[in-house]
Design a protein around this ligand. Sequence first.
Ligand code: FDA
Length: 371
Amino acid sequence: EKLYDYVIIGSGLFGSVFAHEMTKRGKKCLVIEKRSHAYGNLFCEKIENINVHKYGAHIFHTSDESIWSYVNQFVKFNNFVNSPLINYQNELYNLPFNMNTFYKLWGTVSPQDAKAVIADQIANLNFTKATNLEEQAQLLVGTDIYNMFIKGYTEKQWGKRPSLLPASIIKRIPVRFTYNNNYFDDHYQGIPIGGYNALMEKFLNGIDLRLNCDYFSDRTYFESLGKKLVFTGKIDQFFNYKFGVLEYRSLRFENKILPIENFQGNAVVNYTDANIPFTRIYEHKHFEFGSQPSTVITKEYPISSSTDREPYYPINDSLNMTIFNQYKEVSKDFPNVIFGGRLAEYKYYDMHQVIGSALTKMKHELKLAYV
Ligand code: FDA
C-alpha cells in the first residue's frame, strides 16, 4: 500500500492549489520541492520588514469572478493598482500608452489630436507591411512611441535588434485614448494582504512538504511513495531532454537596501533606453503601501537562458513548439502522471490562469462536475 495518493513535484501555485484541493477531499498528498523554500515563483523574502518578490514582481489580476472569490476565501487583497512608469533619458512617461503619455510626448490634449499624431507617423512610413518586429511596431503605434519606449526595451529583453526579430512577437500594442494609467483591463487586481507567502501558506497548511529535494535526484524513490505523480517541473527534463532543450528567457535580479524611506515613489519603473542595461526597477514596499523607514529596490536584467539558469519566459516560437509537442505527445503514455503549471506545459501562465488550470485538472482527476 502506497503512503500517498499524490506525490506532487513543485510547491508553486499549481502544486499548492492541487495539493490543497485534493487534501480537502480526503486524498493524501506529499509535496516535493527542490528549492530551500516553498511557494515557487510567488515566494517573497522579508528584508527590512518588506516583502521582496524574489522571482520578479507579481500582481494578481483577473476578470474571472470565480477565481477572484476562490482566492479571497484564503486571504484578502489590497487595492494596489499597477500603474508603471517609463523612465526614458530621465523623463517620466505613463504606461500603458495613454492620454497622459501622449500629452507628455506631444502636448496633445484631446484624443482626436493624439490619434492624428499617431496616424500621421504611420502614414509617413515608407513601408506598409511588416517584415520584422521594428516595422510591425511602427505600423501599430508610429515612430515616437516605438523609438523611445519599445526599441531599446525590446533589444534588452531579447538581446537582439528588433529589426532582426520576427514581426509575430508583437501582435498588438495596447494604446488607450483615455487618461487611465491602470495597466490591467481586468475587473479585479491587488496584492494579498500580508504578501504572497500568506496566501501560499494557506494552501499548503497541513500538507507534507519536503524542501531541498530534487525529484530527479531519485525518481524511483519519489515515485514509489505515491499512487500518482503530479509534475510541475520542466517537461523536457522529465523526458531527459530526448527531443531537445526547450528555451526560456531568463532574468537576473540585483537587490539593494537603501537607508531612505522612498526611492522612486512607484512600485515599477521601466527603463526603455538601450544604454541602460536593466529593464525595470521595482520598489517592493509600494506593492503594499509600506511605510518602513528603509526601502528595498530590485534592478531587473534580462539574460538568455541555459539549463542552469532560472527559466522565466518560454520562447514559444515554432522551433520550440515543435519540440514541446513531441514531449506532449509522449506524455500521453504516462496515465499516472499529471503534468501541470508553467514549466510542464511550457506556457506563460498568469497566476489566475494557473489556479484555473489546477482546479480543472483536479476536477477532471476526480471526475467532478463542480467543485
Ligand atoms: P512555479 O515555477 O511557481 O513552481 C514550480 C515549482 O516546482 C518551483 O518551486 C520549482 O522549484 C519546483 N520544481 C521544479 N522542478 C523540480 C524538481 N525537479 N524537483 C522538485 N521541485 C521542482 N503572473 C501574474 O498573474 N501576475 C504577475 O504580475 C506576474 N509576474 C511575473 C513575473 C515574472 C518575472 C514571471 C516569470 C512570471 C510572472 N507571473 C505573473 C506568472 C507566475 O509567476 C506564474 O503564473 C506562477 O508562478 C506559475 O506557478 P507554477 O506552479 O506553474 O510554477
